[in-house]
Design a protein around this ligand. Sequence first.
Ligand SMILES: Cc1ncc(COP(=O)(O)O)c(C=O)c1O
Length: 376
Amino acid sequence: MQGTLGPTPLSESEIKGRLDELLSDVQSASRLQVGYPTNQTYDYADLSPFLDYSLNNVGDPFHTSNYRSNSHRFEREVVAHFAGLMRIPQQDAWGYVTSGGTEGNMYGLYLARELFPNAMFYFSEETHYSVLKNVRVLNARHIMIRRQDNGEIDYDDLYEMIRVNRDVPAVIMANVGTTMRGAVDDIPRLRGILDDLAVTNCYIHADAALSGMILPYVDDPQPFGFDAGIDSVSVSGHKMIGAPLPCGVVLTKRPYVERVGRAIEYVGVQDTTLSGSRSAFAPLLMWYAFARHGDEGFRKLVARSLDTAEYAVGQFNERGIPAWRHRNSITVVFPRPAPEVFLKWQMAPEGEITHIITMPHVTRAMIDELVDDCAN
Ligand SMILES: Cc1ncc(COP(=O)(O)O)c(C=O)c1O
């Protein structure tokens, strides 16, 4: 293909041609992006000067680093802000900006394994695929729990599995908004199961990839935070906040992290994070989004997305398509449409169902066009 990489540099026109082609593909794909939860309404142009510098947030954002071109101070602010959203006093919280939800989940499960090396890990079959991979990487013993039809974990199955393994610590991966159905596991009920069975060596990690930026902004949220009994939580940054590159945040309790940190002389940092070199740009993106929107702005953005979700359910139902969604969820579930409709709108499949996720860039006009496509 003209303009592919080889031993000699490409010409100006070849480089421009290749980039223009990709840009045009991306532009047309993002116009019809309704199947995956990436908010596309943002403008980070103010941050472009930072692209000229080799920034690197290597190490613990709460410690010093020999590598001074970093944005640790912005990262600490992002973590502090999330502490408020996740209902834990700032002085008790520790966290860092990750490369996305998967790393945040990995971190939570890693901490749990360090605290309870012989624990059994439990998660529902509705859980994001990254979790099974994570427990495999950790070589942790695990049991997959059945899910209910609505996507929540099957509490009876969980109870029974923990009961027969009462002699080992329990680590539960709770879903705070499942990928496919937006279901939220009942965290107080999970705690209740552990209490009932007197399993005191236990840990709950919450995967709040998308809903971690929704539930803090609604009037009547399902329990989701540290006040509900979680020990750590992972939230994606490129989902509801919106970012041109994948990112996220993981938050946990400060004393847990003191168990895993090691001082590294070479970079003069405390090594508490999973990655060594880490993006310094991602914390800037998240900081900038919060600085621009404020919590009030996000509350409005979330309210609008919920409103669009409700509109979508109504429009589908009016045309005889049995769409539904959970309370406080912007994930609208409905039967998988014809392949050409499915491809056009970049939907995510699971057997006979699919979903749309009404992120802030999804308009009522897009819903009308989609419902028309599905009904015809
Ligand atoms: C519930 C849930 N958890 C984890 C992830 C993984 O997040 P990421 O893609 O940011 O690694 C996703 C991604 O869609 C998700 O929906």
